[in-house]
Write a new protein. Structure first.
Length: 617
């Protein structure tokens, strides 16, 4: 039983107790002895009324901090039997409110005492009559009523009963103070938790950039075509932020990349990719200690300097030696306290600062190594490690569970194509199609994309917006779309070509545009329609029907007017912040810690709660 449900039960018993007392007053007031007892009885009833008012105020305050609307609040207050009292989402929100040591347990103990006191009073009062045959009924003999009143007077007049009312008041006062103090501390606690997440996202972004840099450096082959690599953005479990800066988010699965059997599995302009390719997946673990003592965040989760990286043939000892002898690869970016992210491209240490005496071998030619690994598709052994040129290392372990053969996969489809199918089905242009994802699947992808924006934008994996055209999914031979395996694609030529392109300059990131695109994608996934299919899209284009610089913004704002009625307040607030940039910041920059924290607090967390509320596990 949650704290919210327990409060609802206690709230339901209060009127039962008071109703019993008032009903006895109506039945006994004609007795001569009642006049002498009235003052004591009235004081007892008034005390209970006062405690009921205070408790209702507390419950209302509690619900206001966890419910989504005034309408939901009022319905729950009017009906203690409402099923929303048992909502797991409200329970989780309230538990987060009382996140201090022992707060929630103490609250539950006090609420339990309140309920027990009220229930005990109710059971005692039931002995003196029933609602079907009130004590003042004409069918009852006068002496029997008088005798019953004596028992009632003796019970109510005892000090123990008044002591119960006093104890009830103390418990109500206690839970009220607990909640008030927790509300007062909420801003500072949220800031602390957000700081932990901001640091985690900063490190994750650094790791993703480092991995891309290491892979790009390893294309030392003479292939004429560019190489394609996919980065899995789905399937990694997201956990709650730490309670303090000394506690870190829990383990995540390693960052997973996949390579096709052919060097170039279809050029990017021709996505969706055609069939005929096997995709070999590898889990990558980053060796990059923050300092000599603290645990460090790898791509796969939080590890200590002596943690094993898995695999065999001495890879564990290799990881320990590597982490113990490597100079800090995060450098000033980790120690900075200015609230912003330092550039992930900044040199962190000299290459060659790490000696690798044993364990996985250094991968000199990634193309050749990946091709050789295709021979044993069920192996999960390490194929070696890559260096990013700035001191960090990425160990590659084959991941059979995320690998697919050409016999299993028909092709890769973009999220844009998946939404186009859903749009046609919505408009009645197509019959029911197993390739069309359910809303639950689509919103799970939306949450994955929201995380990807914070972890990968802007990095070489996601240099532009995380739009529906940038995210891809595999389609099985039977037509099913693998919704649990969304990924982004990246192409890279030989290392020399990559260096020449880098010298040519990097396109400036548009952080506001990235968040606008995220808001649009979330709405598209909720409704199962592309924004381009809506009538208002055409109205926002120019006279020739072409998209202008402001078409997406104007169309998205127009869609917002409908989202609240069709999807509810929660989704409206999430997408409104993305589309309008309403985060309370002067500028939006996803390289800045404050911006990342705001997007996490106002987009990612509410989106998680929305999924949990609509589709509880």
């Amino acid at each position: 039983m949650s704290g919210v449900e327990a409060a609802g039960l206690a709230l339901a018993v209060f009127p039962i107790v008071i109703g019993f007392l008032e009903r006895y007053q109506d039945g006994y007031e004609k007795l001569r002895d009642w006049v002498l007892f009235r003052r004591e009885f009235t004081r007892l009833v008034n005390d209970l009324h006062r405690e009921q008012i205070l408790f209702r105020q507390h419950v209302e305050s509690t619900l206001r901090s966890v419910t989504d609307s005034e309408f939901e609040l009022m319905e729950m207050m009017e009906d203690p039997q409402d099923l929303r009292w048992k909502s797991e989402v409200l329970a989780q929100r309230f538990r987060r409110k009382l996140s201090g040591s022992g707060e929630y347990e103490n609250y539950m103990s006090s609420i339990g005492s309140i309920y027990e006191n009220l229930n005990d009073m109710s059971e005692k009062l039931k002995r003196y009559g029933s609602s079907d045959d009130p004590p003042g009924a004409a069918t009852r003999k006068r002496d029997e009523i008088q005798k019953q009143f004596r028992r009632f007077q003796f019970s109510i007049g005892k000090k123990r009963w008044h002591g119960q009312v006093v104890d009830l008041g103390r418990q109500i006062d206690r839970v009220g103070k607990l909640h008030v103090q927790a509300e007062a501390l909420a801003p500072s606690r949220q800031s602390r938790n957000s700081a932990a997440w901001r640091e985690a996202f900063r490190l994750a972004k650094h790791q993703a950039s480092s991995l891309h840099r290491a892979i790009s450096r390893a294309w030392t082959c003479g292939c004429e075509e560019a190489h394609t690599v996919q980065l899995l953005i789905g399937g990694r479990q997201k956990v709650a932020a730490a309670a303090s800066r000394h506690d870190h988010p829990g383990s995540r699965r390693p960052l997973t990349v996949s390579f096709p059997s052919r060097p170039r599995a279809g050029a990017m302009p021709r996505v969706p990719l055609d069939g005929g390719d096997s995709w070999r997946a590898f889990e990558t673990t980053m060796i990059s200690p923050v300092d000599s003592g603290r645990p460090f965040l790898t791509v796969g989760g939080w590890r200590g300097p002596g943690s094993s990286i898995g695999g065999d043939n001495g890879s564990s000892s290799h990881a320990r030696r590597l982490s113990a002898t490597t100079a800090s690869t995060v450098g000033s970016s980790t120690a900075s306290s200015g609230g912003g992210f330092s550039s992930s491209e900044r040199p962190l240490s000299r290459e060659g600062s790490v000696s690798v005496p044993d364990g996985p071998a250094r991968i000199e030619n990634l193309c050749q190594t990946v091709r050789a690994s295709q021979v044993d598709e069920k192996s999960s052994n390490s194929i070696g490690y890559l260096e990013d040129g700035q001191g960090a290392h990425h160990v590659f372990h084959a991941d059979p569970s995320s690998s697919f053969t050409a016999a299993e996969i028909d092709r890769a489809v973009s999220l844009q194509e998946v939404l186009a199918r859903a749009t046609e089905r919505h408009e009645g242009l197509q019959p029911a199609d197993r390739r069309v994802l359910s809303r639950r699947q689509r919103m799970s992808i939306a949450l994955t994309i929201a995380y990807a924006v914070l972890e990968l934008y802007p990095t070489p994996w996601l240099p532009r917006f995380c739009s529906k055209a940038a995210v891809h999914l595999f389609q099985h031979k039977d037509g099913d779309v693998l919704a649990e395996h969304p990924f982004v694609l990246c192409e890279a030529a030989a290392a020399e070509t990559t260096r020449r392109e880098r010298r040519g300059g990097v396109q400036e990131a548009d952080h506001g545009g990235a968040l606008l695109t995220l808001g649009i994608v979330i709405m598209e996934l909720w409704f199962g329609q592309t924004i381009e299919s809506r009538l208002f899209w055409r109205k926002c284009c120019d006279a020739q029907g072409n998209e202008t610089e402001f078409t997406s913004m104007m169309a998205a704002m127009e869609w917002q007017k409908m989202a609240k009625d069709e999807a509810g307040v929660a989704l409206h607030d999430i997408t409104s912040r993305c589309i309008r940039g309403n985060f309370g910041l002067a500028t939006m920059n996803l390289n800045e810690a404050e911006c990342v924290g705001a997007v996490y607090d106002y987009v990612v967390k509410p989106l998680e709660e929305l999924l949990s509320h609509c589709w509880p596990v």
